[in-house]
Every structure is written in structure tokens, then in C-alpha cells.
Design a protein around this ligand. Structure first.
Ligand code: SF4
Length: 383
């Protein structure tokens, strides 16, 4: 693993005050900080050299004390149907993480969506038995800047053009005018990549703030989803700090014993998680998503669906069923289509609304449970 400890700090890890302080220390007027923010968040500049509306001397001075990125893209794959692009990114210390761009309905009748799925940790400590990320173990936390850098890197791809001079770029707020997308054209961000976001709460929270900041990515928080395996203290903090952000809770089982076997997180009982989900709905007024990976012969029986429906009765929630995407070294086989439909029917009979998740990127190992952050043939995750 290569390690570079000599690089200057990332601008993406600075708050506005710290950026303004850096600009002031270089003897430049405060409006330069606004120009830098616009270059980064509107034009997706990853290098000060691209900020051609700044004086050359200032660009040089800035690059001596700060950097924006880039993350080294050491792998890029696009699925056969063109809907999904997965990036393998190498961070400064050599850690590898994966970030995924998913395109929905690009030519369909509905409004097109472009969703970026970000990682919040290198590896993961939660150890879900069906997950390729969990199988590699925990390596380290990502900073808020490293989370945002993933969005920025994907935004450049989504924009479909290299950063040029400032005059060539579109009206910086036009894309956000209808509230459906930030200036990047990305419509949604999901924290469902490698790692458990609420086990890295401070960085996740700082990234959420920057994503919805009108002076930064300007995304609607209602189009951002944080997925958790069910860390109760983090769920409560999220409801208090970011009530508009969507919460997705991974359940994967309808009884405590099976849950403990599949998701060995000792501090979180199924009963406590569902109680906290009810509390979340009361506090935020927003529906929660419940994620349920279907594993053949393990948790896909109609009777288990009926148990799940009883567990969730009265909760304003929606269950997403995710037939497992098998990866080498992890537990679980994919259920048949008829088994999936029977499970769904039993849930709906129990009064629970469900969706079978649209598959994206299975052929490039970018689907739920397959991210691994290496160059092995199989690789994502998702809490
Ligand atoms: S499913 Fe999510 S929480 Fe579980 S091991 Fe994988 S990345 Fe971690």
C-alpha cells in the first residue's frame, strides 16, 4: 500500500469559515472564497489550476496549502446496459473504496434520475454475513471530505464534460431551480456503499450538511438517503440533526435469532430498532424504508414474511426486498423469482407496502452486497 502523508489538507474537509480564513491569510479579498466554492460545487473543479477565474498567483498559493482532490480513479466499469458505472477510488493512504452512479429512466416516461451511492468507511465492522464489504472487515473511517469527493468525482462524469473555463458553464442554479437536482445534475445520493454511515456519524453528518447547503451541492435533503443496519443512538441523532433526510433501515430478518445470525451487531435488537423506527416517524413525520435482503432457504419463507408484517404493523414504512447478489466468500443464494413474489404477496397480505428493488450493476459487481474495494472480480455493499 502506498502512503502519501505529505499532501496538503483537502478543501472539502474545511468549513466555510476555515476556507475564508485561508483566503484572508493569503491577502485575498473574501469574495475569492465564494469563487472557489462555486468552482468546486458548480463546476466540479478538482484542482486549483481549473479555477481560471482566480488570479494565477492565488491558484499557486492555494495549491501549496490546500487541495480539492482528486481521488485516484484506479478502476471504472460500466454495466452492459449502460445504467450503472462503478468507480474504484484510491485514497491518499492507499485505501480503496467504491462509488457507484446509477441512471434510472434516461429515456423513459418518468423524470430521469441519477443516483450516486457513496461509501462512508473503508471496509465495515458490522459483519453482515451476506455482504462482500463485511467479509473484508473494518479498515478505517472516511472523512467528510472523502465522502464528498466521491460525489464530486461522480458529478464530473454525470455532467459529461471536463471542467472548462468558468464562462462556459451553465447557469449555476438552473439545474436546481425545480428542486429536483443539484447543480451537478445528480438527483439523489444514497449512503449505501461500503461501511455503516451511522458508525461514522460526524463525517456522515458533515457530508449531509454540505450536500444540502445551497452554497455547495444544493441538493434537497429529501433526495438523500442514509442507510443503517440499525444503530439506535445514530438513528436518534440523525432524526434530530437531519429530519428531512430519508432513513433506510436494514432488517433482513423477522426474529431476533435469525437477525443476530445474519447481522451480528450486538447492541441492536430487532425490537429496539423497530421501536426507534416508530419514534423516527413520529419525530420527522417521514416514512422510513426497511431493507430486506432475501436469501434462499434462510429468510425467504412466506411465514417469515407474515412475521415481518406483524413486526411492522402500524409503522409508516415501506419494505424494499433485495434478492441477494451472491459474491465469493459470503453466505447466501439467490431465491427464485416465484419465491420472491410469494414473499412479497405475504407481506402485502399483512398490510405492508413493498417493492422488489430494481437491479442495477450486477454484471459489474456494483449491486447491493457486492462492493468490496478491490480489483477482485466480485466486489458492493449497503447497510
Ligand atoms: S451490509 Fe452494510 S453494514 Fe452490513 S457489512 Fe455490508 S456494508 Fe457493513
Amino acid at each position: 500500500m502506498s502512503t502519501d502523508t505529505t499532501r496538503p489538507p483537502s478543501l472539502l474537509d474545511l468549513d466555510d469559515h476555515a476556507l475564508e480564513q485561508n483566503v484572508a491569510e493569503l491577502g485575498s479579498p473574501s469574495y475569492r472564497a465564494g469563487q472557489i466554492r462555486r468552482a468546486v460545487y458548480r463546476r466540479f473543479a478538482l484542482d486549483f489550476a481549473e479555477m481560471t477565474d482566480l488570479p494565477q498567483a492565488l491558484r499557486t498559493q492555494l495549491s501549496q496549502r490546500l487541495r480539492v482532490g482528486p481521488a485516484a480513479v484506479v478502476g471504472q466499469q460500466t454495466s452492459g446496459d449502460g445504467s450503472t458505472t462503478k468507480l474504484l477510488l484510491r485514497l491518499d493512504d492507499g485505501e480503496l473504496i467504491e462509488t457507484v452512479l446509477m441512471r434510472y429512466d434516461p429515456f423513459g416516461k418518468r423524470r430521469p434520475r441519477q443516483t450516486v451511492c457513496v461509501s462512508t468507511q473503508a471496509g465495515c465492522a458490522m459483519g453482515c454475513t451476506f455482504c462482500a464489504t463485511g467479509a473484508q472487515g473494518f479498515r478505517r473511517q472516511l472523512s467528510a471530505g472523502e465522502i464528498l469527493l466521491q460525489v464530486l468525482t461522480i458529478a464530473r462524469i454525470a455532467a459529461g464534460e471536463a471542467v472548462a473555463d468558468s464562462d462556459s458553464l451553465a447557469d449555476e442554479s438552473a439545474a436546481a431551480a425545480d428542486g429536483s437536482a443539484g447543480p451537478s445534475g445528480l438527483t439523489n445520493v444514497v449512503f449505501m456503499g461500503m461501511g455503516e454511515p451511522l458508525a461514522n456519524y460526524e463525517a456522515t453528518s458533515a457530508a449531509l450538511t454540505r450536500l444540502s447547503d445551497p452554497e455547495a451541492f444544493a441538493m434537497s435533503p429529501r433526495r438523500i438517503t442514509v442507510s443503517t443496519v440499525g444503530l439506535v443512538p445514530g438513528m436518534r441523532r440523525l432524526a434530530a440533526d437531519h429530519p428531512q433526510v430519508n432513513l433506510a433501515i436494514s432488517l433482513h430478518a423477522s426474529d431476533e435469532a435469525l437477525r443476530n445470525a445474519l447481522v451480528p451487531v450486538p447492541s441492536a435488537s430487532l425490537a429496539a430498532i423497530v421501536a426507534t423506527a416508530r419514534e423516527h416517524v413520529r419525530r420527522t413525520g417521514r416514512r422510513v424504508s426497511l431493507e430486506y435482503v432475501l436469501l434462499a432457504g434462510i429468510n425467504d419463507a412466506p411465514s417469515q414474511a407474515s412475521d415481518l408484517a406483524r413486526l411492522l404493523r402500524g409503522l409508516n414504512g415501506h419494505v424494499n426486498l433485495i434478492p441477494i447478489n451472491p459474491s465469493p466468500g459470503v453466505v447466501g443464494a439467490r431465491p427464485s423469482r416465484s419465491a420472491v413474489l410469494q414473499f412479497q404477496a405475504a407481506l402485502e397480505t399483512g398490510g405492508i407496502s413493498t417493492t422488489v428493488r430494481v437491479e442495477k450493476g450486477r454484471d459489474i459487481a456494483a449491486a447491493c452486497g457486492q462492493l468490496r474495494g478491490d480489483r477482485a472480480p466480485a466486489a458492493k455493499a449497503g447497510s
